[in-house]
Design a protein around this ligand. Structure first.
Ligand SMILES: *Cc1c(COP(=O)(O)O)cnc(C)c1O
Length: 430
């Protein structure tokens, strides 16, 4: 099909990027399980290597199955191009790599997925990069953190572990003033609930491991470019605006225009960092994405019903779901994510650490795992698992205090989920 802007989300999540296989007519996107592609002749090979012709060379760079997924996610996010990667964390490194250099920094929200905090606070230092963590509700502090070496601002639309909604437009305005891109991790929201590019984001990253695939089968990630950023407006982004020595002097922005960042991601990022998504993973994610809107509607309806039930329960001290009218982020949520505030939140359980451990052990439908965004309902007690190494003060600051359990609400029968929570909370209180 030709992807016109007139098609609705439910149509695009099934069709965007795909067409019947030209060789066989296969209706479903085949898994092109191949490493390499035969060149027509040496001139064809030379044109491909010079980026004068777009085509397939080697699956570290491009693969037809992965290419369909890239176009699908780019379309759903309203971007011009996308690069899929081996995981969400790979996508984050791939997203900032073209922007950075030794001594450069990014500014990130204090409310992020725990693994991202570690990646940005520890691991990127080895590249000579650094990150300043700032409360994104304090716009003056975000503005004040920008300096001459800042190259990007990074936050999550709906932040993991849940309950925080970012004011994407306000932070995008600060990024515009600073002449740097705003990168949004849209994993928890998905493009069905939130389209960050419409609120001013330049780039969107995903862990496709979560809702986009939807059933806990494969890891993957994606970087989407809005195509709207002028990489040549200042001298901050030489990899995109200046001759690229790793590509015989090619100027990406001048040559590829709005697709410069995406082409750089493939021709330099995947070529040299090699964080490639494999075609099997792309296949599973393509299967998942076909039902994204149907699943997200159910995830949200279940999350709302369960959060409302939990909020009234006197075995619970607090529920952080931004879809609750009592949440300080309720209003912001209705603007950023009008179809719902996702399905991820935390609860504070009376009885602290001990009660939380009993709760997660007594649950029968919910699984105790380090994952989210699955059709299955999942819980994790961060203080005894992912945040074990932190002090109690650090755990509390991360929204993962000893009395906190994170819930990723699945698509099962909500009454069964409530009954499961009810029996487990009784055991936890006993
Ligand atoms: C899981 C997750 C990541 C990391 O993705 P992986 O696929 O596990 O590498 C990043 N951001 C958020 C919000 C996540 O939930």
């Amino acid at each position: 099909m030709t992807d016109g802007p007139t098609y609705g989300f439910d149509t695009l999540q099934i069709h965007a990027g795909a067409r019947p296989d030209p060789a066989t007519g296969a209706r479903q996107t085949p898994i092109y399980q191949t490493t390499a592609y035969v060149f027509r002749d040496t001139d064809h090979a030379a044109a491909l290597f010079n980026l004068q012709e777009v085509g397939f060379i080697y699956s570290r760079l491009t693969n037809p199955t992965v290419a369909v997924l890239q176009e699908r996610i780019a379309t759903l996010e309203g971007g011009v191009g996308a690069v899929c990667c081996s995981s969400g964390h790979a996508a984050q490194i791939m997203a900032i790599f073209p922007l950075m250099g030794p001594g450069k920094n990014i500014i990130a929200s204090t409310r992020l997925y725990g693994g991202t905090v570690t990646q940005f606070s520890q691991t990127i230092k080895r590249f000579g990069w650094s990150c300043k963590f700032v409360d994104f509700d304090d716009l003056d502090a975000v503005r004040a953190a920008v300096d001459d070496d800042t190259r990007a601002i990074f936050g999550e639309a709906i932040a993991n572990p849940g309950g925080y909604i970012m004011d994407v437009r306000a932070i995008a305005d600060i990024a515009d003033e600073a002449g740097v891109p705003l990168i949004i991790d849209n994993t928890s929201a998905t493009p069905y609930l939130c389209r960050p590019i419409e609120h001013g984001a330049t780039l969107v990253v995903h862990s496709t491991t979560k809702y986009l695939t939807g059933n806990g089968t494969v890891t993957g990630g994606c970087v989407v470019d809005s195509g709207k950023f002028d990489w040549s407006a200042n001298d901050k982004f030489p990899s995109l605006s200046q001759p690229e020595p790793a590509y015989h002097g090619l100027k990406f922005h001048e040559t590829f225009g709005a697709l410069a960042y995406t082409f750089h991601g493939i021709a330099i990022g995947l070529r040299d960092l090699g964080m490639t998504m494999n075609p099997q993973a792309a296949h599973y994610t393509l299967m998942g994405i076909e039902t994204l809107s149907l699943r997200m509607d159910r995830h949200v309806a279940n999350a709302r019903k369960i959060a409302e039930w939990l909020e009234k329960d006197d075995r619970i001290d607090a529920v952080t779901y931004a879809g609750l009218k009592s949440s300080p982020y309720y209003e912001r949520g209705t603007k950023l994510c009008p179809k719902g505030a996702g399905a991820l939140f935390t609860i504070a359980v009376k009885g602290g650490y001990e009660a939380c451990v009993k709760l997660v052990e007594a649950l029968e439908i919910f699984s105790h795992v380090a994952n989210l965004g699955d059709t299955r309902s999942l819980v994790i007690h961060s203080a005894s698992t992912t945040h074990r190494q932190l002090s109690t003060e650090q755990q509390v600051a991360a929204g993962a205090g000893p009395n906190v359990v994170r819930i990723s609400v699945g698509t099962e029968d909500p009454d069964d989920l409530i009954a499961d929570l009810d029996q487990a909370l009784s055991k936890a209180a006993g």
